[in-house]
Design a protein around this ligand. Structure first.
Ligand SMILES: *Cc1c(COP(=O)(O)O)cnc(C)c1O
Length: 355
């Protein structure tokens, strides 16, 4: 049976990307050695690093004056590196979910944190609007896609201070006006690569404004100066990122990824809204195109486990909702096909006619 992976992360990748990565782990570029055993300073691997960085810049149209880094530690280490490098006195954070809150928690270790707005009052089921970003903050931090709750800021906001975005779960799903951001980061395992590598797009001139000393490994400057090769980088995840970036480019780039994201989400949300068994958990205007959250309507609540089993039997995997929302979450990253979404919709319809 064909399986459709709706997991939130680590998540689906194009089959070609996994095949190319698997092949390179056995024999890299026909050199008779594995990608896993060659020096990261060899010219063969340097070419991978160079191409991955260049492709990310090309696909997101990154302006001059920015560097692309591939680091370890996940998005979670960026929660700490961002304030370590940028917070002198005060930073502004938008609280739209668990990840945003975790980022905020780390920043408090380094200085004053202003929460400009929060949607915690209704379990993060909407996006706060009309908040004011203090113009004396060192930076403003937001999470563009809230992987757990299924809300998404799918536009590039204006900020009076340097803007820092966690784009872990929507990077490469739409064109981004990178010039509006001082720093963009994310764990790769949602929409870019396998787990193990973190991408950072950083404006070079935002560094050097804090007075504290920064440990070498946590200083962005170290990694910019050494081209992400200060220490041994995660070579296999970087290789799979390069393969995935090639795939995105061959499919038509981020514009095409954006079109597909809209197409998938429209099909699935339309069914959630039509089907009397289900309802969405997020305010309609704030719905994520990446992580689509829904629950059973109250009168059908006791069918939840049955629907999960029913859909799982038909090849849908990873649709169980996060424990803090319950119900279901269908993550529809770049590699998810329209066919996969239609298969899930078929399950929902069939289940409806059974009940
Ligand atoms: C998954 C996720 C993270 C955590 O990423 P790690 O790489 O596991 O540290 C942070 N932010 C968002 C928005 C995420 O979806």
């Amino acid at each position: 049976m064909k399986k459709y992976n709706f997991g939130a992360g680590p998540s689906i990748l194009p089959r070609e990307v996994m095949e190319a990565t698997a092949a390179a782990c056995l024999d890299f570029n026909g050199i008779g050695l594995s990608l896993m055993e060659i020096s990261h300073r060899s010219k063969d691997f340097q070419a991978v690093m160079d191409e991955a960085q260049a492709l990310l810049k090309e696909l997101l149209d990154v302006p001059a004056g920015y560097s692309v880094l591939f680091l370890g530690g996940g998005a979670s280490l960026q929660f700490c590196m961002v304030p370590y490098n940028l917070l002198e006195k005060k930073a502004a954070y938008l609280n739209t979910g668990v990840w945003a809150k975790k980022a905020q928690k780390e920043a408090k270790l380094f200085g004053e944190v202003v929460e400009v707005a929060s949607s915690a009052d209704r379990n993060y089921s909407y996006l706060p609007k009309d908040f004011v970003i203090p113009s004396d903050a060192d930076y403003f931090h937001l999470t563009t896609n809230n992987t757990i709750y299924g809300t998404e800021i799918r536009e590039d906001l204006d900020s009076p201070v340097p803007m820092v975005a966690d784009m872990s779960s929507d990077i490469l799903s739409r064109p981004v006006d990178v010039a509006k951001y001082a720093l963009i980061y994310g764990g790769a395992q949602k929409n870019l690569s396998m787990a193990g590598v973190t991408f950072v797009i950083i404006k070079d001139d935002i560094l050097g404004h804090v007075s504290r000393s920064i440990p070498t490994m946590l200083d962005y400057r170290t990694h910019i100066d050494k081209g992400s090769m200060f220490n041994t980088p995660p070579v296999v995840p970087i290789y799979s990122a390069m393969q995935n970036l090639r795939w995105v480019k061959a499919q038509g780039g981020v514009k095409e990824m954006d079109r597909r994201a809209h197409e998938r989400a429209e099909i699935l949300y339309a069914e959630i809204d039509r089907n009397r068994l289900f309802r969405g958990t997020v305010e309609a205007a704030d719905r994520s195109l990446m992580n689509i959250c829904f629950v059973m309507n109250d009168e059908y609540k006791d069918l939840e486990a049955e629907f999960l089993a029913f859909a799982t039997e038909r090849g849908m995997t990873g649709i169980k909702g996060h424990r803090s929302v319950g119900g279901f979450r269908a993550s529809c990253y770049n590699a998810m096909s329209v066919e996969g979404v239609k298969a899930l919709v078929d399950c929902m319809r069939e289940f409806e006619s059974k009940h």
